[in-house]
Design a protein around this ligand. Sequence first.
Ligand SMILES: C[S@@+](CC[C@H](N)C(=O)[O-])C[C@H]1O[C@@H](n2cnc3c(N)ncnc32)[C@H](O)[C@@H]1O
Length: 236
Amino acid sequence: MGHLKATIVQPFFLDLAESFRAVSFLAGASALAAGASVAAGLDSRAYRLNWPSGTTVFELDQPKVLEFKVRVLAEHAAEPAAHRVDVAADLRGDWSVPLRAKGFDSEKPTAWSVEGILPYLTGDAQDTLFTRITELSAPGSRLAIGALGSCLDQDRLAALEETYPGLTLSGDVNFSALTYDDTQKTKPADWLAEHGWAVDPVRTNPELQASYGRTPSEVDLQVDQIMHSEYITATR
Ligand SMILES: C[S@@+](CC[C@H](N)C(=O)[O-])C[C@H]1O[C@@H](n2cnc3c(N)ncnc32)[C@H](O)[C@@H]1O
């Protein structure tokens, strides 16, 4: 999955990373006690963002991914911008157990980030993930989701890479072979609205860029027709 992330990163996610200020939406509420990044991967916002003083940021992922990130960032003398806590967990199991064991308090509001994981989950696993997050979310909690479609048109992707030299969307990886059919899944925004979350209007990557005063490039518009991005923010 690290490979996928690395090869898919330009230019589509560049704008995402800079303009989907998920965590500024999340951390904007100074009453928040914690940030929790589910499938944190190599995301470095625990190090880069201006977190409210006293915030703990829990990062959940597979142990080797977390170990790698911490080691590399330490080699570059990077310092977390919040009290950062690793939670090595398999998201297919009950990750609330190791999360609580590391000090997570579900009585206090949390800022959740769920980005880059949903296509890799079955419909049932996705529902379970949101159920667990909801159970752990005190009133005032916030949730930001970055999602992509699952069954991508590989021929169209390949054609786009031909048209735009330097654009590498999936390398040698067949993304759709790693993901589950999203037509079989409940739309995240619908699920959340049905389970007590106030959900903001869902935006695509180009819509998100436009909302930040950017003009999406032609390639971003075309990529999004294949990727079917969805950026969702919700409050409980
Ligand atoms: C595409 S990355 C997303 C990383 C980050 N959220 C971002 O958007 O940059 C997906 C992450 O999900 C993690 N992941 C996938 N399946 C997992 C599982 N069953 N348990 C824990 N982590 C998992 C991978 O290790 C990987 O770091």
